[in-house]
Design a binder for this molecule. Structure first.
Ligand code: F3S
Length: 288
């Protein structure tokens, strides 16, 4: 029998849960058409459910290009990742009722960019420049430089005589954060490191670090598109060769469980409990 051991912290974070609950709450109130800006979470399972309930998703690009059915008075919900200042402005111009469900960690990172720039620091953001969260937060800065890795930061050879503030994507890998922090401390003179990695990410990454070393194989449940899920997978894979990213039942192959007695399970911040339960049931089925 395979023993399934769940990571101590996994699955929906409070930011995502609040945003998803809020959309359901608005739909259930029957207040007219509900629009959500962008993918609410990077998880098809969650999105499908909302589509069935009649929610319409509009992309940021379409908003900027006036390519949406939105009109004054419509309700638009902004997801936990937040959005850019331009998109918000555009939506307000249309006259929609905006419900900003940007997570408090995202809001706090936006505030920090502004505060430190007002103090005369130039901002540097470490994260994936194509990720909506990063685009959103950095849109609040004057002209933040964005680097995806320590190597990119090194190659930029930033002037050490300037004042720099360093901020991070909320879901950044906390181990790589340490390396970057060490580099900053050794190289710069006038700097401020703002650790904007969120508590939920920290807990989930620590929990998988511990669990991956105690089990024979690990399933990380979540979407390929979810940045925090992928980071959990990377951390796990570094410590346990038999780590797999599982998006749905079809990804589970029998060979993954060969010789496995203890199977660790974790899930990204955008993975709902229902999906975790479906995967766990499938594992039990395969065993039988
Ligand atoms: Fe917020 Fe962190 Fe979740 S930033 S949305 S609590 S992953």
């Amino acid at each position: 029998n395979i023993e399934i051991i769940r990571a101590e912290h996994m699955g929906f974070c409070f930011g995502v849960r609040e945003a998803v609950d809020e959309v359901h709450r608005y739909v259930d109130m029957n207040r007219g058409q509900i629009y959500v800006l962008g993918m609410l979470v990077h998880n098809e399972f969650v999105i499908e459910k909302l589509l069935k309930k009649g929610v319409i998703f509009v992309s940021e690009e379409d908003v900027l290009n006036n390519n949406t059915p939105l009109k004054s008075g419509d309700i638009v919900i902004i997801r936990a990742h937040g959005t850019t200042q331009n998109v918000q402005k555009k939506l307000l111009e249309i006259g929609v009722k905006l419900i900003d469900m940007a997570c408090i960690y995202v809001k706090s990172a936006r505030d920090q960019v502004v505060i430190w720039e007002q103090r005369g620091y130039k901002s540097v953001f470490i994260g994936d420049k194509d990720h909506p969260e990063v685009k959103g937060i950095t849109s609040y800065g004057i002209k933040p430089l964005i680097f995806g890795s320590l190597d990119e930061l090194k190659q930029a050879e930033l002037d050490i005589n300037e004042k720099w503030v360093f901020l991070f994507q909320t879901t950044y890998n906390r181990f790589i954060f340490q390396e970057i922090n060490d580099y900053i401390i050794n190289r710069f003179i006038n700097y401020k490191v703002v650790k904007t990695i969120c508590g939920a990410t920290h807990q989930r990454q620590s929990a998988i670090e511990k669990l991956a070393q105690e089990v024979d194989a690990v399933f990380i449940i979540g979407s390929e598109q979810s940045s925090n899920t992928k980071k959990l997978y990377q951390i796990s894979k570094n410590l346990n060769e038999k780590s797999y990213l599982i998006e749905n039942n079809d990804d589970i192959k029998k060979h993954m469980l060969d010789g496995v007695r203890k199977l660790g399970v974790s899930a990204g911040a955008s993975t709902p409990e229902e999906l975790i339960a479906i995967i766990e049931n499938k594992i039990k089925e395969l065993e039988d």
